[in-house]
Design a protein around this ligand. Structure first.
Ligand code: GRF
Length: 197
């Protein structure tokens, strides 16, 4: 991530669903907990709840239907154009259910990070919490990593683990989400501070 020292870091969040991590990042920016502004939400599901959060929080949104484009390359060019226009320094994926393709990686590689609800490299993919629970793991966790062209496979930036010996998956989910919101903000803060030194 390269950025100009004199201004707040400009963040775009990509999300496809509920958007609790999106909201946590926006609130942290609004309260000054991170020296950043969330300048854009990119959402590939116009009906997703994250769009309502963005409207309430006043965050500009690009909500699109992938099937309205001829190819992934075509919608990624549109997204890249918007990221350029908004002078985005950092892209935070937060429940964005698509692999980032070569078009976006070519222009924004090294500036895109993702949050994943497992201790990577264990339990990659869409149903990480359920998989870990079914496996019977006793140490759960959250990872934040740089995004490359593999599924949940880029270099890890931060992880947080906890032990759980109960048998209630809802409890595991809520513990994971609470950790996610804190860890994402702490990690974004750390990246901003490192780059400003
Ligand atoms: C989170 O568990 C995140 O780790 C995963 O997708 C979920 C998104 O949750 N990548 P939310 O939409 O931010 O509430």
């Amino acid at each position: 991530m390269t950025m100009k020292n004199e201004k707040s870091v400009r963040i775009a969040v990509f999300a496809s669903g509920n958007g609790s991590n999106f909201e946590a990042i926006v609130q942290a920016a609004l309260s000054g907990r991170i020296d950043a502004r969330v300048v854009l939400l990119v959402c590939d599901k116009p009906g997703a709840f994250v769009n309502e959060r963005a409207a309430r929080l006043g965050v500009e949104t690009f909500a699109f239907r992938p099937k309205d484009y001829v190819s992934k390359e075509a919608f990624e060019w549109e997204i890249a154009r918007l990221l350029d226009e908004h002078e985005v320094d950092l892209v935070c994926l937060a429940g964005y259910m698509r692999i980032i393709g070569p078009t976006l990686l070519g222009r924004y590689g090294g500036k895109i990070i993702n949050i994943h609800p497992s201790l990577l490299p264990a339990f990659r993919g869409a149903h990480a919490i359920e998989q870990a629970f079914e496996y019977g793991v006793k140490v759960y966790g959250v990872s934040i990593h740089y995004v490359d062209d593999t599924l949940d496979g880029g270099k890890i930036i931060a992880q947080k683990a906890f032990e759980y010996y109960g048998d209630d998956i809802r409890e595991v989910e809520s513990m994971i989400h609470a950790i996610e919101h804190e860890l994402y903000i702490d990690t974004v803060n750390k990246l901003i501070r490192e780059k400003k030194q």
